[in-house]
Design a protein around this ligand. Structure first.
Ligand SMILES: Nc1ncnc2c1ncn2[C@@H]1O[C@H](COP(=O)(O)OP(=O)(O)OP(=O)(O)O)[C@@H](O)[C@H]1O
Ligand SMILES: [Mg+2]
Length: 273
């Protein structure tokens, strides 16, 4: 029998909201687990490079060889740091907090995590990055969306395929627009209305990297974009490819005097020429 101290039962809407949140959290853990296994291999390769060049440096006493060995060790060390930062970024701070976020940086951190996998499948990445304001997002959740989209793109591509990541402003809405486009298989028109449904998949099971086939990736993306009051759109042609576009709100900064304004926070400083 319910006692007076029991919380009131959830309404069906509340229950659905709670279950959707749990689905997104579970997908996050799966995505993280897959990533960790991919990047651990990659990290190991980097360590091998460091160990081998340290051995070369010890064996050879001449300065040019030692200099080269140190350069290789430094480059590999920097790469190892990038990899661990990416993973830490993905694992850290599971809070639902929104913060002004540099999407160009977030994209790079996410691409680093998939670099080895993409090169293994001989997939190249083209970046079309414009200066945009900071976005008001939960960085971990948006990284999860980007990861899901990049993994789907990779799975739709044949060796030699191309992924284009494009960051810019969507002038009509004033939102930041992030597109991930592939020139892969495309999506059949009869599947297109269903791709965001939970558990809809055309994949027969996990691929050799252990990813794919549960049909929760895009359902989670849609869920996360709804929390952000953003949008996710898809355009696809069979045999030509697919583009997913995210529209995200820019961060609002308080002007020194007067009301808050939603523009003018450069997310990246200009590249040195
Ligand atoms: N870039 C793409 N190119 C072609 N088809 C795609 C692409 N992205 C998604 N799809 C289609 O949409 C379906 C649903 O994608 P979704 O990411 O939700 O699930 P999944 O990739 O099958 O499994 P997972 O839960 O591991 O992500 C896919 O099975 C595929 O048919
Ligand atoms: Mg997927």
């Amino acid at each position: 029998m319910p006692s007076a101290s029991d919380p009131p039962p959830l309404t069906p809407e509340e229950e659905i909201a709670m279950l959707r949140k749990r689905l997104a959290a579970a997908q996050r853990m799966t995505a993280l687990g897959e990533l960790i296994s991919t990047t651990t291999h990659e990290f190991n390769n980097v360590l091998m490079t460091i160990i081998n060049y340290a051995k070369i440096g010890l064996r050879h006493k001449d300065q040019p060889t030692r200099d080269k060995a140190f350069e290789k060790i430094l480059a590999a060390g920097n790469r190892a740091a990038k990899i661990t930062n990416g993973i830490l970024g993905a694992a850290r701070n599971r809070s639902d907090d929104f913060a002004p976020t540099d999407l160009a940086k977030l994209l790079e951190e996410t691409l680093v995590l998939l670099e080895r996998e993409l090169s293994k499948y001989r997939i190249s990445v083209e970046r079309q990055i414009e200066d945009v304001p900071l976005a008001m997002v939960n960085p971990n959740q948006i990284q999860q969306v980007v990861l899901n989209l990049l993994i789907n793109a990779r799975q739709a591509l044949s060796p030699g395929g191309l992924v284009i990541v494009k960051l810019g402003m969507d002038k009509p809405t004033g939102m930041i627009s992030l597109t991930i486009r592939d020139n892969g298989s495309g999506i059949a028109p009869e599947h297109l209305p269903r791709i965001f449904d939970p558990y809809f998949t055309t994949k027969t099971g996990p691929d050799e990297t252990g990813k794919g086939g549960t049909g929760v990736g895009l359902a989670t993306c849609r869920e996360i974009m709804e929390w952000h009051q953003g949008r996710i759109q898809v355009a696809s042609t069979v045999g030509k490819g697919t583009a997913f576009t995210l529209k995200l709100p820019a961060a609002v900064v308080a002007a020194p005097a007067g009301p808050a304004v939603a523009v003018g926070v450069p997310a990246r400083s200009a590249e040195p020429t």
